[in-house]
Design a protein around this ligand. Structure first.
Ligand SMILES: [Zn+2]
Length: 313
């Protein structure tokens, strides 16, 4: 009798514990530096994680200036995710001023970074001066635009979440595996869509050099009046060279980006007689109900626009 009672008691205890662990976990507080990364962290963290994104929809992380609220979010976080590769030059100081003692996880860890090469001189940048040469040796931070890199982001995010919340390891691993499967399918779709455009037509003008990784991965040449960071002013000489190139090569695919002032590209459109192909999402998502509310939707938005415009080249 006693042993039966004991058995019943431990069975009830086990049931209560199981229900408790499934419902009453306080979400792990994570901070992501920008919206694209924030979406990926949320996708892999699921309901175990609450994500605060510092640079929100349509925001430009290159030139972001943190506010006091951002320091508070970082101070409260268990784990902070950044892109790295020089994208968030402001993060180190922010983490310091917030007194953040946790781990800053770099999502691009293990990715081979693209550097701006000399042949990009042909892409409308001014040539010759040492300053410009230095700019060409800058590391390109926009690694997320290649979906194979997205797989690395997913693994790094999962590792960061597991370090912050070991009890959720199985959940994070399962979520990351499911997410990576979606990214692989998306990657195949992007390859097929872009592959349907003749190679000679695959030339696109955007505001700044945000699509270098996309270009290498999917075989598109992107040209831009502004380099890999938006904090540099385009040179008049560079813009003039780009306009000449657009006319010579009869490029019709001309895009503004959601994060940059459209004026320069609009002016290029006016001077070349090329109609704008719409807005590409480069460094930030749209608002959740917009056309590029997630990392995956960003590709679903950009790729058909790119394809349609390139077919007109
Ligand atoms: Zn950028």
């Amino acid at each position: 009798m006693l042993s039966r009672c004991r058995w019943l008691f431990s069975a009830i205890t086990a049931a209560v514990l199981a229900v408790g662990s499934a419902t009453a976990q306080t979400p792990v507080k994570a901070v992501a530096s920008f919206s694209i990364l924030g979406d990926m962290v949320q996708a892999i963290g699921g309901s175990r994680v609450s994500v605060t994104t510092l640079v929100g929809p349509d925001g430009d992380a290159h030139v972001f200036q943190p506010a006091p609220g951002d320091a508070k979010a970082v101070a409260d976080a268990k784990v902070v995710f950044v892109n790295g590769l020089g994208f968030e030059g402001w993060m180190e100081r922010l983490a310091q001023s917030a007194g953040f003692k946790g781990q800053v996880m770099v999502a691009t860890q293990g990715i081979k970074p693209n550097k701006m090469k000399d042949e990009d001189d042909a892409h409308g940048h001014a040539q010759g001066t040492d300053a410009k040469k230095d700019e060409h040796e800058k590391i390109d931070p926009h690694a997320w635009q290649d979906l194979r890199n997205g797989l690395v982001y997913a693994d790094n995010i999962a590792a960061g979440l597991i370090a912050a919340d070991p009890a959720g390891a199985e959940t994070y691993k399962a979520n990351a595996a499911a997410y990576k499967k979606q990214l692989q399918e998306l990657d195949a779709w992007v390859k097929a869509e872009i592959g349907a455009v003749a190679k000679a037509k695959r030339r696109v003008i955007t505001s700044h050099d945000a699509f270098g990784y996309f270009g290498s991965a999917y075989g598109v040449t992107f040209l831009a009046p502004v380099g890999v960071s938006t904090d540099a002013e385009p040179s008049a000489k560079g813009v003039a060279a780009l306009i000449r190139q657009i006319k010579q090569q009869k490029i019709k695919a001309l895009f503004v980006e959601n994060i940059t002032n459209p004026k320069l590209v609009e002016q290029i459109g006016k001077e070349t007689g090329v109609k704008l192909g719409g807005a590409l999402y480069s460094d930030a998502l749209s608002k959740p109900d917009g056309p590029a509310g997630t990392y995956i939707k960003m590709f679903r938005n950009n790729v058909p626009l790119l394809k349609a415009a390139m077919l007109g080249n």
